[in-house]
Design a protein around this ligand. Structure first.
Ligand code: SAH
Length: 356
């Protein structure tokens, strides 16, 4: 019989679990504290839990984060982690230090099925969804690689895959990350980025999670967006912006619109002015991402003056617009550069085929 991964459980589910094994509820919070708080995954090492409980747990449960297979440091201080899941599939997470922040960019799927034209991950196709345990397990695995005393301060769901296509696992992982008995992250320090799945956005609106939402917009007409992002055929620009307008933003929070700048495709002054009009009246900010290149990509990054001119138009019209110079470009860890061989032959290492 295969063991159930405790990382898939909410702290409240751990309470019920220990009760079902005859222990008092509070043992569940202790168990969660060991795993999510201290990062201890060996049941035998959980010294303040009664031996009988640990033994009963060990018969059917395990706490197994993904295994760190490779760490690739970038010149800019970020690090790409290649993680191996229990079934041998590989995913990537990226640790990005910035002043007093340390952000972990995590994956929600093996590969991605949305095939945005500018994204290398999209060329992989979809392997499978991750479980909630595999999503939060990336935080544990990444934390293990850090010197003691270094804390992950922010989490972004911007790695491989589409968080809202793996909806249940994503929402459960968010609850584990924000639960005071789980990882205890403030929801304001967590950002979920979506390709624009309208039903998922509407469902998320009802979860009361209060995490930040980022929307991959990338074009200012539905026609142009449709050429870049096949998802636009199902949920077009108008439907997407409608769902964004209806999204209940917590006080003082803004919705982020990500906009990859592609030379000669979506980076004109006219585009910038259209973007201003589209976002009028919304509590929005724009995150401009100069295109990160990969081998065989059909796009190019615009020259710097063009990037700055685009940003300037947004700023002139009172729209908060930041430039995201992606981290880890030299090691294939930047936005849109994450790719792993989908499946390795048994016992054989998968060749990394990222654009590094
Ligand atoms: N599936 C989610 C999460 C991915 S987040 C989403 O679509 O939002 C990664 C961000 O990087 C997205 O905004 C994505 O569109 C963007 N991106 C993809 N390929 C890129 C590239 N080559 N250069 C810059 N940004 C890219």
């Amino acid at each position: 019989m295969s063991l159930v991964n405790l990382l898939d459980l909410l702290p409240s589910e751990m309470e019920s679990l220990v009760q079902s094994l005859g222990a008092p509820r509070y043992r569940g919070h202790q168990l969660a504290g060991w795993i999510f708080g201290k990062g201890v995954t060996d049941l035998a090492a959980m010294s303040d839990l009664p031996r009988e409980l640990r033994q009963a747990l060990a018969e059917r449960y395990t706490a197994s984060p993904p295994e760190v297979e490779r760490i690739t440091p970038s010149q800019d201080g970020s690090r790409k982690l290649v993680l191996r899941l229990a079934d041998g599939a590989r995913i990537q997470s990226v640790l990005m230090p910035d002043d007093d922040r340390l952000t972990l960019c995590l994956s929600t799927q093996v590969g991605c099925g949305f095939r945005c034209a500018f994204c290398l991950t999209g060329t992989m196709g979809l392997g499978r969804n991750l479980t909630a345990g595999e999503i939060v397990g990336q935080v544990l695995a990444a934390r293990e690689t850090l010197p003691s005393g270094t804390r992950i301060t922010h989490v972004v769901y911007m790695g491989m895959g589409e968080p809202l296509a793996s909806y249940a696992a994503t929402v459960k992982s968010l609850r584990i990350l924000t639960d005071p008995h789980g990882f205890g992250f403030s929801p304001r320090r967590i950002t979920v980025s979506t390709v624009g799945l309208v039903p998922g956005i509407e469902k998320l609106a009802r979860e009361n999670l209060r995490v930040n939402l980022a929307i991959s917009l990338h074009a200012t007409t539905s026609e142009a967006r449709g050429r870049l992002m096949p998802v636009n055929r199902a949920f077009d620009l108008e439907a997407l912006l409608g769902a964004c307008r209806r999204f209940p933003l917590p006080l003082r929070q803004r919705m982020t619109f990500e906009y990859v700048l592609l030379d000669g495709v979506n980076d004109s002054a006219e585009d910038a002015r259209r973007l201003v009009r589209l976002l009028r009246g919304m509590r929005a900010k724009v995150n401009l991402i100069p295109f990160n290149d990969w081998e065989g990509a059909p796009f190019q990054r615009p020259a710097l003056p063009r990037i700055l001119a685009f940003q300037a138009i947004l700023l002139e019209h009172g729209i908060i617009a930041t430039l995201r110079w992606s981290k880890g470009e030299d090691v294939g860890a930047a936005c849109g550069q994450l790719k792993e061989a989908v499946a390795a032959g048994r016992g054989r290492a998968a060749a990394e085929v990222s654009a590094s």
